[in-house]
Design a protein around this ligand. Structure first.
Ligand code: GDP
Ligand code: IMO
Ligand code: MG
Length: 437
């Protein structure tokens, strides 16, 4: 049995899209288990660059079954837009290998309206800096038990009654935010043409994923966002509203935890974060700007500049713990080229003394959790053509080994550029050591 979870080990944008695409060469099915169009996963294949927000990142691998599971929140307009974009690029068979869970919740225009109004009326210190894609309000609807699921698109007249009830529940919120409450009829008018396209894609994502695993197919369980944005395990309240961690794969995909064979954590060689919230190793100086420029650190969805800083090993160890990470994919090592010395946070000074675990509940107050750094030598060589670990400059190899030792997690892959080719594969969780089936 082979089902591998891919999970972000930081605050998102670690390069999950690229890594899923790489390992999908060895797999037949990819199931995205959480989040919605707040995600932006970048795929670079030859001259083609594609940013997927809802579609699983295996979509550019011909013949792959792509499942959008019930842990996701799906904006129908965004999904149709992504499918049409792929048609325009000549990928005509997309719908035939796409399955949308009939239990996935739908993001409707009022979710986006509420998210946007909340963000624009919040005090600066309290704004979460969401992507304004309606994520929070949609998950709120889900746990309040007033949400709309994709399967309800099959019967729009019944759905109109349900949306009318939901809008009643939201009315005080929308009015208090100074918004106008839409009518249920207008929502149905909006959904009609979308439903005609989406209903044929509906199915049981749990069964599809579970059956594939039991049939011996290799299945990738693709996460979105990252560990520190997880609603339970992240830097609450500056988090998203879903279970981004590996455990969320079982719930979101609808499979038993014992079906998961391994967990692959993705981390950049440094750290970024977009939106508000604590970030102890942030660099608000020229070095931070350098990382942003060289790493092209601008949000894939919102183009907001990402905050940049040094790698946080206690953060990685925390991610390894809450996800059970078996191996790491280490991305964007090439971006560090040219920096004279590299700092890595290895511990925190707290009122309780020096700790090597991430003191996640102290991070809100920078005086309570002060990063302790070790300095490593940098390198000047271009790494983008390196394909074997031994060909990395010594200082880069030392950096990789240092992270491996300090985090306690073996490296499965090192990425030295955005394309498929710019990859040093050390271990393939589907087939064993690189190149050995
Ligand atoms: P995701 O949300 O985790 O899939 O990551 P994003 O796609 O939002 O952001 C990662 C960005 O880094 C994208 O622009 C990728 O094309 C790019 N990228 C991924 N791996 C590498 C790498 O090793 N080096 C460089 N320079 N860019 C990379
Ligand atoms: P991928 O999958 C980076 C951040 C937002 C904000 C917080 C809450 O591409 O790694 P939300 O819109 O989810 O309510 O916003 O979470 N955020 C992400 N940051 N990458 C992502 O996804 C993100 N998805 C949400 O910036 O701080
Ligand atoms: Mg992203």
């Amino acid at each position: 049995m082979s089902a591998v979870v891919i999970v972000g080990a930081q605050w998102g944008d670690e390069g999950k899209g690229k890594i899923v695409d790489i390992y999908m060469e060895s797999a037949e099915v990819v199931t995205r288990y959480a989040g919605g169009p707040n995600a932006g996963h970048t795929l670079v294949v030859g001259d083609e660059k594609l940013i997927v927000r809802l579609l699983p990142s295996g979509i550019l691998r011909p013949g792959t079954l792509c499942v959008m599971a019930q842990g996701m929140v799906v904006d129908p307009t965004v999904l149709i837009g992504e499918i049409d974009e792929l048609h325009r690029r000549g990928h005509k068979d997309i719908e035939s290998r796409l399955l949308l869970s009939d239990r996935a919740h739908l993001i409707l225009p009022y979710h986006i309206q509420i998210d946007t109004l909340r963000e624009s009326t919040a005090k600066e210190s309290e704004a979460i800096g969401t992507t304004k894609k309606g994520i929070g309000p949609c998950y709120e609807d889900k746990v309040r038990r007033t949400g709309v699921r994709a399967g309800e698109l099959r019967d729009l007249s019944q759905l109109q009654k349900r949306i009318a009830t939901t809008l009643k529940a939201w009315e005080p919120t929308i009015l208090a935010l100074g918004g106008e409450v839409p009518t249920a009829e207008s929502m149905i008018e909006y959904l009609k043409p979308l439903a005609a396209r989406l209903v044929p894609l509906l199915g049981d994502s749990s069964k599809a994923t579970n059956d594939a695993i039991l049939q011996g197919k290799r299945v990738m369980l693709e996460g979105a966002q990252g560990t520190l944005l997880d609603v339970d395990h992240g830097t609450y309240p500056f988090v998203t509203s879903s279970s981004a961690v590996a455990g969320g794969a079982a719930i979101g995909a609808g499979i038993g935890p014992n079906r998961i064979s391994s967990v692959l954590g993705i981390t950049k060689a440094y750290t970024t974060r977009v939106g508000g919230g604590p970030f102890p190793t942030e660099l608000e100086d020229e070095q931070g700007k350098h990382l942003r420029d060289v790493g092209d650190e601008y949000g894939s969805v919102t183009r907001r500049p990402r905050r940049c800083g040094w790698l946080d090993i206690p953060g990685l160890r925390y991610a390894a713990r809450v996800n059970g990470i078996d191996g790491l994919a280490f991305t964007k090592l090439d971006v560090l080229t040219g920096m004279k010395t590299l700092k890595v946070c290895v511990a925190y000074d707290t009122p309780q003394g020096r700790v090597e675990d991430l003191p996640i509940d102290l991070l809100d107050d920078p005086s309570q959790a002060i990063p302790v750094y070790e300095e490593l030598e940098g390198w000047t060589e271009d790494l983008s053509e390196v394909r074997v670990l031994d060909q990395l400059p010594l200082a880069a190899r030392n950096y990789v080994r240092f992270v491996e030792e300090k985090s306690g997690v073996p490296m499965y892959l090192v990425s030295v550029g955005p394309s498929r080719a710019a990859t040093i594969t050390l271990h393939n969780p589907f087939v064993g050591r690189a190149g050995t089936p």
